[in-house]
Design a protein around this ligand. Structure first.
Ligand SMILES: *Cc1c(COP(=O)(O)O)cnc(C)c1O
Length: 428
């Protein structure tokens, strides 16, 4: 029933249906534990024979209500919240890939995820091959090995702003018996629902637009319930064979395709690694979700106007934003993001690094932050901040040239923002 409702309605109503006399807003169940009448009652929960709450490291009602809302928004069958976007991406991959396995990932992904895959997961014995975000079907297939467990990408890459051809990546994955996991943080389900294009698992850093006010770090994993793990029991033994740490439960048998992935991720990974989101943070996230469609519209409208202003300014050397008709990703964005992409733009000034430093110094409304996707406009010059240890050559290789300025357009009035950018550019 929920899937037929529009996004605006789901953002308000999904995940929580109060009964007569219940609180209208989602209650914050700020409790670590839950009381039971008998040990037998509780034992059934531990054996996953009955569903219910016993300890908030595994599940908490407030977090579950918000996860259910995000599952409805993405058109998935199950979801879980995590303590951060990093935890969401790690859990989503580690739930099916372990020591001795291999994954294929787009090279244009968030720096933290790139590090997670190329350094930390490598230390755990998981190898990775990175392919271009513009890779063809054949190029993606060529990177797949017998021990590959998944393919990973981002809808709109942070900070490269490439738009992924989701259908190409999903088809390459499926033709090789693999799930396609996609980080949909920048687009949000308001602008793109990757499951409709073939993605199997969707992840989020809810810290960004979903929260949208810069108040709570968090993440989410959504399962489409569509990938048939049971067709490849040898490739995905964790989902298709008994789990000794849960009295021999086989997740796909007990919970079906719609629940196996998230139940295993909760019962094993959250139990053992414990990157939970707090009920209080989930409550803030839910407030952000209520206004998400309206905020995304405004973020995109502001970014479009600002991108057009920048492109017309002679002191601006280049602008990257997929809403501009001459952008490399305009066509693919028209397909996957017809209602808008996100509020993040990157650009460079004539005069490169030096010009960028001067520009940043004179910005008044745009504040200097590493954050993006917030109601307040924020701006970053990676070469003089987050990436300052790198040489110009290293910066170019990383796709973050010395001149690159990343601008996250907030919800302020576009004319005010443009006036601020204009005066800062004039100082250069
Ligand atoms: C920020 C971000 C992350 C990491 O999320 P945290 O909530 O900061 O841990 C992952 N993916 C993308 C695309 C991001 O922008």
């Amino acid at each position: 029933m929920e899937q037929k409702l529009h996004t605006e309605t789901l953002c308000i109503q999904a995940g929580y249906s109060p009964e007569s006399g219940d609180p209208r807003q989602i209650p914050i169940i700020q409790s670590t534990t839950f009381k039971y009448a008998t040990s037998e009652d509780m034992g059934k929960l531990f054996d996953l024979e009955a569903s219910g709450y016993f300890y908030s490291r595994l599940q908490n009602p407030t977090c579950d209500m918000v996860a259910a809302k995000i599952a409805a928004l993405e058109g998935g069958t199950a979801a879980m919240l995590t303590g951060s976007g990093q935890a969401a991406n790690f859990y989503a991959m580690f739930n099916i890939a372990g020591c001795g396995d291999h994954i294929v990932a787009s090279s244009a992904i968030y720096g933290g995820t790139f590090n997670l895959i190329s350094v930390t997961m490598k230390r755990m014995g998981i190898e990775a091959t990175f392919v271009s975000p513009d890779a063809t079907y054949e190029e993606i297939c060529a990177a797949i090995r017998p021990n590959t467990k998944l393919i990973f990408g981002e809808t709109i890459a942070n900070p490269a702003l490439n738009v992924l051809d989701i259908e190409v990546f999903a088809k390459a994955a499926h033709d090789n018996g693999l799930p396609f996991i996609i980080d949909n943080t920048f687009a949000t389900p308001v602008n793109c629902r990757p499951i409709e294009w073939g993605a199997d698992i969707v992840t989020h850093s809810t810290t960004k637009y979903m929260d949208g006010h810069g108040v709570a770090v968090g993440g989410c994993i959504v399962d489409s319930g569509k990938f048939d793990w049971t067709k490849y029991p040898d490739r995905f033994p964790g989902l298709c064979t008994p789990d000794d740490s849960y009295h021999g439960v086989t997740y796909t048998e007990r919970f079906g395709l719609e629940g196996a992935f998230i139940t295993k991720c909760t019962a094993q990974l959250m139990r053992d690694l414990g990157s939970v989101q707090s009920p209080q943070s989930a409550f803030y996230l839910n407030l952000g979700l209520e206004s998400l469609p309206f905020r995304m519209k405004q973020h995109c409208a502001n970014a479009q106007q600002i991108a057009e202003f920048l492109q017309a300014n002679p002191k601006v050397a280049w602008v990257k934003y997929c809403g501009l008709p001459n952008d490399k990703y305009y066509k693919v964005a028209q397909k996957y993001l017809p209602n808008g992409s996100c509020g993040v733009i990157s650009f460079g000034l004539v005069g490169g690094r030096k010009a960028a430093e001067t520009f940043m110094k004179h910005l008044k409304l745009g504040s200097i932050e590493t954050h993006v996707a917030d109601s307040r406009t924020c701006c970053l010059h990676p070469a003089s901040a987050t990436h300052r240890q790198m040489t110009d050559e290293q910066l170019t290789a990383a796709g973050v040239g010395a001149d690159l300025i990343r601008l996250s357009c907030g919800l302020e009035n576009a004319e005010d923002l443009i006036a601020d950018l204009k005066q800062a550019i004039e100082k250069v």
